[in-house]
Write a protein that binds this ligand. Structure first.
Ligand SMILES: Cc1cc2nc3c(=O)[nH]c(=O)nc-3n(C[C@H](O)[C@H](O)[C@H](O)COP(=O)(O)OP(=O)(O)OC[C@H]3O[C@@H](n4cnc5c(N)ncnc54)[C@H](O)[C@@H]3O)c2cc1C
Ligand code: SF4
Length: 487
């Protein structure tokens, strides 16, 4: 696999980025792929470690055949690399851009050297496949006559649709939004994942026989009973869409929005070719505070900067994580370490400092006298552990501060899928408010209804949604046919 001495000869080189201040002028992707000989060297760094943890349960959730495609990259056999990648990953053009790459934190080379650039290698392979015309429709030769309805078109619903269509079933995907893709479309911003790529994939899937219905809200303008009567099975891949709120005084003031409301509106305006400036949801000319870190918080930072915000802060309740692995997260576990993501990097370039404030608690939103938010009152918090090791938060006296803000974005995570859809199908919830469906069978309390993705496992990652989509497809195929070849 790779070149036996490659890891000693070549150092890790990741894709370059357009400088932050330059890329803030647009919403386009901003990475620059390496020259082909350098990409080949990056493939060569994979070192035939014997037990590739990158593709184990510590690493890639879809068990991508990483050492195999790294070897093909090293040999310049890119089309074969593509076929090995396609064997396990339905959408490498998405994961190659947005995955946090647990494969790399589990890479054996990463124990004492920088790991192999697995995510960049993956992205190179699929981009090369599109450029070279290898991504042609695969039309199933035989149709089974079975029909499956998939509710929700995020990565879980799309992966399930792709697998079940390839198994010969008739698949219809119902999406309440005006565009297909779930959080791949409205959620993850364009600069991180170009929406043209999502649309290209959807067109390919359509040409392979999958039917997509937009503006189809199951439980509102699409009758769940009708779906149950007309289809042989239904998969709920409706995501985890109920946002966590913050009940502090002033929450009802104008100018305080959930992150998803803001990000959706930004992408929708971009794709519809409309300007957002002047509308309540534009950050243009405003002091913006994003409450909550994580991917969503970072995407809000990047979006607000591109819209021309005047000031930017990001509040996080938790303390600042360490810069490197601690004993709490030994290799090959995915470590909780300080990340400087694209939005942080851009904010530093624009305003000269990291926008993040750690260990800070919002006490009140302040009124400008006309019902609009004008700022936030906060206190600092300290974290300790109780005798059982449970984290305990304590407010630090005399640390009250005031922060100016005309736009506040709440990126506090999600609580689970919306109850109405679940009630419409009479499916039970588990104690975490997600759909109750065992991993493996993925079946709900309604025998004809299956569940997958964030709606079942809770807020997670694109790669886990693809994993769940593949596994629920396997379970449905088995349910309908009594046997399955899907993996
Ligand atoms: C802002 C943001 C950024 C993120 N960034 C990353 C990242 O960089 N990397 C990463 O790996 N993960 C990221 N994630 C997480 C990742 O996007 C999700 O884990 C993943 O999209 C979940 O996929 P899903 O298919 O389960 O659900 P979703 O993608 O949420 O899709 C569910 C779909 O169901 C539709 N729907 C819901 N109810 C109905 C109904 N009744 N009828 C019809 N349609 C319905 C919704 O409109 C939605 O389109 C991010 C999440 C957010 C919010
Ligand atoms: S999908 Fe994610 S974890 Fe898997 S190989 Fe790609 S980057 Fe790594």
């Amino acid at each position: 696999m790779g070149k036996p001495t490659g890891f000693m000869e070549y150092s890790r080189k990741v894709i370059a980025d357009i400088p932050p201040l330059e890329r803030l002028r647009h919403f386009n992707e901003f990475h620059i792929e390496l020259e082909e000989p350098e990409r080949i060297r990056q493939g060569a760094r994979c070192m035939d470690c014997g037990v590739p943890f990158c593709q184990s349960s510590f690493g890639c959730p879809i068990m991508n055949l990483i050492p195999e495609w790294n070897d093909f990259i090293y040999q310049g056999r890119f089309e074969e690399a593509f076929w090995r990648l396609r064997a396990t990953n339905n959408f490498p053009e998405f994961t190659g851009r947005v995955c946090p790459a647990p494969c790399e934190t589990a890479c054996v080379l990463g124990i004492n050297e920088p790991p192999v650039t697995i995510k960049n290698n993956e992205c190179f392979i699929i981009d090369r496949a599109y450029e070279s015309g290898w991504m042609v429709p695969r039309i199933p030769p035989i149709r089974t006559g079975k029909r499956i309805a998939i509710v929700g078109s995020g990565p879980a619903g799309l992966a399930a649709a792709d697998q079940l269509n390839q198994a010969g079933h008739g698949v219809t995907v119902f999406e309440r939004s005006d565009r297909i893709g779930g959080l791949l479309m409205y959620g993850i911003p364009n600069m991180k994942l170009d929406k043209g790529l999502v649309q290209k994939r959807i067109r390919l899937m359509e040409s392979e026989g999958i039917e997509f219905r937009t503006d189809s809200w199951v439980g509102k303008n699409v009758d769940p009973e009708k779906l149950l009567a007309e289809y042989d099975a239904v998969i709920l891949a409706v995501g985890s869409t109920v946002p966590r709120d913050m009940q502090v005084p002033g929450r009802n003031l104008k100018g305080i929005h959930f992150a998803m409301e803001y990000l959706t509106s930004s992408t929708k305006h971009l794709l519809d070719g409309k300007k957002l400036n002047g509308s309540g949801l534009s950050a243009n000319g405003k002091h913006v505070i994003v409450i909550g870190g994580g991917d969503t918080g970072n995407d809000c930072l990047g979006t607000a900067l591109r819209q021309g915000c005047k000031g930017l802060k990001n509040f996080e309740l938790l303390p600042k994580p360490p810069a490197t692995r601690t004993e709490e997260f030994p290799w090959p576990l995915y470590p909780r370490v300080l990340k400087v993501d694209y939005g942080h990097e851009e904010a530093i370039a624009k305003f000269g400092e990291d926008p993040r404030e750690w260990g800070i608690l919002t006490k009140e939103f302040l009124d400008d006298g006309k019902g609009n938010v004008k700022g936030i009152r906060t206190v600092r918090v300290e974290w300790t552990k109780d005798p059982n090791g449970k984290p305990v938060m304590k407010e630090v006296p005399n640390t009250e501060e005031f922060w100016k803000a005309e736009l506040v974005l709440l990126a506090l995570g999600f609580l689970g899928p919306e109850g109405e859809t679940l009630d419409a199908f009479k499916v039970e919830k588990d104690p975490r408010s997600t759909i109750k469906a065992e991993y493996g069978s993925f079946s709900t309390s309604n025998p004809k209804v299956f569940a997958a993705g964030d709606a079942r496992r809770g807020q997670s990652l694109v790669v886990w949604a693809i994993h769940e989509g593949r596994k629920v497809a396997r379970a449905v195929d088995l349910f309908l046919m009594g046997e399955t070849y899907l993996t």
